[in-house]
Write a protein that binds this ligand. Structure first.
Ligand code: ADP
Ligand code: MG
Length: 569
């Protein structure tokens, strides 16, 4: 064959082919040098490209898309600053255990390695390493297939996480024989294989459960991620053990389930003599399993895919290392042959506490305070959501997060998406976009006014792609509250104060979305209902009393206060 007859492809096209071959349906990104054409070709090939206004939101979208679909979410960024903007989301995905791949263009290696000053020059792969599960670079088109397969397997296997995949400018435009290129493509076999726990570990765990008088199950987002939904439900119901859902595990079993102990949280943590963790870490969100909240003598069973997690904070009497589906499947077999003694008294005492706490909560929710506070506003939203139980709820903020988690019941798995393991702000719009695009359902985003600001510009993205997202901004004029004073006496606002009386609803009008300003629960109810039913981008400015809101929400204990010369109450 004459050389002119050889059909050529290049790194850019082959990269798209490799992603398609691996079932990638969507890329979330921001284009620019050197990845603009890559995005064009991806779109041309049938991959959906969602273009953002900031890489952090694109990265957050990819991360949560990974959580929702159990396939790595793909984020595409430009070199140096774009790469760094996306890196926060990659780190967050890794911390949360969400499978994600950040693919970033990078500049000329020869110039970077000699620090000769390239356009957007940065040693990206090495910078990404501590923030990712792994970082790889593809230097030649013939390595694309392997590079993509490795990224996918690394993101999905074991505890999922974020993978950085560097694609150099030179590689993107290097050509190779198109036939050889096609032949090089493959999909990894079983990228997230089942991990079967040892029979001994299962027996040990069941033995400890059988001895428990006051057992408690804590279900985390690892359980939600694993999609072993039926097994989790069956295990809870067959064992008859009360459970606490962690924030993003809400809805794995419906929140109104009779064994749900969420409204008696303090009581069950303090009282349980045996705690079985299913895909939940004993990190700060559970005060590390220590301190006054916990029974110091409680014994722990922990189901986790990652052996390194065991004993991380408190000794674990019965580790069950495996994937949740396999582990619970084996435990259920044992349970069927040897049912547990029902813990009737324990359940009755929990029910009493639940009743008392529910009555207190009902009083707060039915408050008639005007302007609205968090509770009567959340009640209005919750009433609407009771008629739309299967849609996504995205939630961030301080009080807006903590109170909404307690007020808004979830009924389906993986529908509540929030600040997660780091308690990070800025996930709101990225998560909403991915929930609508990858989750293919309407979204209600319940946002603190400060939290919304981190990704607020993405309402343009939401409008541009005409996504069914209703955003409610809980506007109390500030971070935590809007009433702080500047201690210097100057006319600058205090560090926690935002624009007084801001009209966030006006922002979405600029992009053709629907705007509401709600000052009463009735107005809020109507606005949210209309937003959901319309299926169109909607933003509700929800006016909250600026004086309500605790500093740092429910985690004020983590917020150090100066103890000397403190004029600030
Ligand atoms: P939460 O914040 O809801 O408590 P965490 O993120 O702290 O949840 O914990 C999730 C845990 O679930 C992690 O330790 C992770 O290793 C584990 N995990 C993730 N996927 C699986 C799976 N498929 N099977 C078993 N464990 C898993
Ligand atoms: Mg606020």
């Amino acid at each position: 064959m004459a050389t002119e007859d050889i059909k050529l492809t290049d790194g850019m096209h082959l990269m798209v082919d490799a992603l398609k071959k691996n079932g990638v349906e969507t890329i979330f990104g921001v284009v620019g040098i050197p990845v603009t054409d890559l995005a064009r070709h991806a779109q041309e090939s049938g991959i959906r490209y969602i273009g953002f206004r900031h890489e952090q939101s694109a990265g957050n979208a990819a991360a949560i898309s990974g959580y929702i679909t159990k396939k790595p979410g793909i984020c595409l960024t430009v070199s140096a600053p774009g790469f760094l903007n996306g890196l926060t989301a990659l780190a967050c995905a890794t911390i949360n255990g969400f499978p994600m791949i950040q693919i970033s263009g990078s500049s000329d290696r020869n110039i970077i390695d000699l620090a000769q000053g390239d356009y957007e020059g940065l040693d990206q792969m090495n910078i990404a390493k501590p923030f990712a599960k792994a970082a790889y670079r593809i230097n030649r088109p013939e390595d694309i297939a392997v590079g993509v397969a490795r990224a996918i397997r690394t993101a999905l296997s074991g505890r999922p996480g974020g993978v950085y995949l560097d694609i150099t400018t030179a590689m993107l435009s290097t050509t190779m024989d198109a036939d050889a290129a096609q032949k090089s493509l493959f999909t990894p076999v079983e990228p997230a294989p089942a991990q079967i726990p040892s029979a001994t570990s299962v027996e040990r765990a069941m033995h400890i459960l059988a001895e428990a008088k006051k057992p408690l199950i804590i279900i985390g987002k690892g359980a939600a991620y694993s999609q072993a939904d039926e097994l989790v439900k069956e295990f809870v119901e067959k064992s008859g053990i009360p459970y606490l859902p962690m924030s993003m595990a809400k809805g794995l079993l419906p929140d109104d389930h009779k064994l749900c102990a969420a409204s008696a949280r303090g009581f069950v943590l303090g009282g349980a003599d045996t705690v079985m963790l299913i895909g939940a870490r004993l990190n700060w969100l559970l005060t590390h399993g220590k301190g006054k909240k916990w029974n110091p003598d409680a014994r722990f069973i922990q189901l986790d895919i990652d052996a390194v997690e065991i004993d991380s904070n408190r000794p674990i009497a019965a580790p069950v290392v495996g994937d949740i589906g396999s582990s619970l499947g084996l435990m259920l077999e044992k349970l069927k042959n040897a049912p547990l003694q029902p813990c009737k008294e324990w359940l009755e005492s929990i029910d009493k506490i639940k009743e008392g706490n529910s009555a207190k909560m009902a009083a707060k929710l039915n408050s008639t305070s005007s302007p609205m506070n968090y509770f009567n506003a959340l009640k209005a939203i919750s009433d609407v959501l009771e008629n739309h139980k299967d849609i996504y709820v995205v939630n961030e903020g301080a009080n807006t997060l903590d109170d909404a988690r307690n007020v808004i019941n979830m009924y389906h798995p993986r529908r509540r998406l929030d600040c997660g393991t780091w308690g990070v702000m800025g996930i709101g719009m990225g998560y909403s976009i991915a929930a609508a695009v990858s989750g293919k359902r309407p979204v209600v985003a319940i946002e603190g006014d400060s939290a919304f600001g981190f990704s607020g510009m993405e309402i343009e993205t939401i409008c541009r792609y005409k996504l069914p997202v209703t955003i409610v901004v809980f506007n109390n004029n500030g971070i935590y509250r809007g009433t702080d004073k500047n201690l210097s006496g100057s006319s600058d606002p205090s560090p926690t104060t935002l624009t007084i009386g801001a009209r966030y609803d006006k922002m979405i009008e600029a992009f053709g979305g629907t705007a509401f300003n709600a000052t009463t629960p009735e107005e809020l109810h109507e606005a949210v209902n209309k937003g959901i039913l319309s299926g169109k981008p909607t933003l509700v400015n929800c006016v909250i009393d600026p004086a309500v809101g605790a500093e740092s929400g429910h985690i004020g204990n983590l917020n150090p206060k100066s103890t000397i010369n403190n004029n600030h109450a």
